[in-house]
Write a protein that binds this ligand. Structure first.
Ligand SMILES: Cc1cc2nc3c(=O)[nH]c(=O)nc-3n(C[C@H](O)[C@H](O)[C@H](O)COP(=O)(O)OP(=O)(O)OC[C@H]3O[C@@H](n4cnc5c(N)ncnc54)[C@H](O)[C@@H]3O)c2cc1C
Length: 475
């Protein structure tokens, strides 16, 4: 019996026959990430069903010197979720750890296992007349453990914060197989380092998250959604400030949409309608929520938009008359990425800058990419209220797709230089994984990279927990 067979035998003894996948066909979906940028191989996919089983699997792998790749819903976009090509790793899927352990409406918390699908957690919160506010395009597939490990953001960060802000406690299996029970449900706990923050956004490099205590909120009783044309990006930022001043924390989403994006959505995606009569270069989708039924939000927004119109910031705007119309505004936002696929290859950026620098970033980066690739079609869009811009670049019309995509790294570097000059981040939402590992080392100071390496070595001295992701040092 080979050493590999011996390890697989021990793993099967822990998770049972249905918890160990070796059939190449069944393993295949676990070996590639959504955009197909990274494709790997593994010894097996193991699916433990309890924290004890996760701990035992990790301990056995550590004992055998075999690296573990934690995997949630496999929707991550930077390659942290899939194994390397060499095939020597074990993929540890959390899919069977999908129980809601407890809901505490008095404490406004829900305790869930890491393999719970995000949508299931939203539904469990709703059943208790509460809101779990994390919301993103992949919510029907991604898991809480993956959301935590990538510190996921999405469309309501402006009001509720990203995943880091939504967690009170974690349970984690450490790289040596020990369990850290940090499942506290406390809003105040000043007893030393806040260890859970190391694992949030850690992309599975420091341990396997097995459960979490998440914060719940009152459900909104009133929503107001507007679609407004804005003179330019600076006007969008100015409008954000005015809407916040008029409605306080009610601003839940504030999304930037360029005209080109609406044009290609109208062209390629069924059911999209232009809510305004004339074409304008930029739009914002604004949504305000209140826990109070007669909140006066609509009137407040009307007043702000009317004044902004008078001041030349907003040439035209409409407020949704009902839920169906609000949904039709959101369909425009959601169709953007899909519509781009019909326009050939696209080079992507997921960056953030201070909100005060958003207009300068978009102006400078669009000019820079145009000078690099004349005719490139820039689509800067997204969560402008968080300073997070997804700068997607569609290839020039009629250009060769492969030749365009071959310039990905060169274009990224040019855009990221501008981000760095403006004090921004080269990864606002999706993380580092494999895709941005070198880029991260390039932009972070040597001191910061060394601190990250020291933390990694302290928790995972043998570099067996998702090696070669986030922190430089082999895979
Ligand atoms: C259509 C679409 C829309 C998206 N929209 C957004 C968005 O708006 N905002 C946003 O932030 N992201 C977005 N994403 C990216 C992605 O959905 C998120 O990063 C998500 O949080 C990943 O969750 P997952 O369960 O799929 O994790 P995976 O992809 O399986 O894993 C992601 C990383 O976390 C690690 N990991 C997973 N589970 C665990 C665990 N239990 N313990 C330790 N490590 C673990 C993996 O090793 C990997 O490094 C989107 C992706 C898609 C495909």
């Amino acid at each position: 019996m080979t050493r590999n067979d011996a390890l697989l035998g021990r793993l099967e003894a822990v998770v049972g026959r249905k918890g160990l996948i070796r059939d190449p066909g069944e393993m295949a979906p676990h070996m590639v990430e959504p955009r197909g940028l990274f494709r790997g191989q593994a010894r097996c996919v193991v699916k433990p069903a309890s924290t004890r089983e996760v701990a035992e699997v990790v301990r056995l792998c550590a004992e055998a010197g075999v690296a573990v790749v934690p995997q949630g819903g496999n929707t991550g976009l930077v390659g942290g979720n899939v194994p390397f090509e060499h095939g020597g790793e074990v993929v540890l899927s959390l899919a069977r750890m999908n129980r809601v352990r407890a809901v505490d409406p008095v404490n406004d918390t829900i305790t869930v296992e890491a393999g719970c699908i995000l949508q299931k957690v939203q539904e469990a919160a709703e059943a208790a007349d509460r809101l779990f506010p994390l919301s993103l395009g992949a919510e029907g597939t991604c898991q809480i453990g993956g959301n935590l490990s990538t510190n996921a953001g999405g469309i309501q960060v402006l009001r509720y914060g990203n995943m880091r802000a939504l967690v009170l406690g974690l349970e984690v299996v450490l790289p040596d197989g020990r369990v850290w029970n940090g499942l506290r449900a406390l809003r105040k706990d000043n007893t030393g380092f806040d260890l859970k923050q190391l694992f949030i956004g850690g992309e599975g490099t420091l341990g396997v998250i097995t459960a979490a205590v998440l914060r719940l909120f009152p459900r909104p009783k009133a929503k107001t959604t507007a679609f407004a044309a804005v003179r330019d990006v600076a006007a969008a930022v100015e409008l954000l400030g005015r809407v916040r001043a008029a409605s306080g924390e009610a601003v839940t989403s504030f999304e930037l949409i360029p005209r080109f994006s609406l044009d290609i959505s109208l062209k390629h995606i069924a059911g999209i309608e232009d809510p305004l009569g004339d074409a304008h270069p930029w739009y914002v989708l604004i949504e305000l929520w209140s826990e109070v039924a007669n909140s006066g939000l609509r009137e407040a927004l009307e007043t702000v938009l009317a004044q902004a119109h008078e001041d030349g910031l907003v040439p035209d705007a409409t407020i949704a008359a009902n839920e169906a119309q609000a949904q039709s505004f959101w369909r425009i936002r959601e169709a953007m990425v899909e519509a781009q696929k019909f326009e050939g290859g696209s080079i992507k950026h997921d960056v953030s800058v201070p909100i005060s620098a958003v207009a300068a970033f978009i102006e400078r980066s669009c000019a820079a990419v145009e000078s690099l690739i004349p005719g490139v079609r820039a689509i800067p869009f997204g969560h402008i209220g968080d300073g997070n811009i997804h700068l997607n670049l569609s290839q020039p019309e009629g250009a060769d797709r492969d030749a365009f995509l071959a310039r990905w790294a060169e274009v990224n570097r040019r855009v990221h230089d501008i981000v760095a000059e403006l004090g921004g981040s080269i990864s606002a939402e999706h993380g580092i994984g494999r895709l941005k590992l070198e880029e991260n080392v390039h932009y972070k100071s040597p001191v910061e990279i060394e601190l990250m390496q020291r933390i990694k070595t302290a928790l995972d001295p043998d570099n067996l927990m998702n090696p070669g992701k986030v922190v430089p040092g082999g895979g």
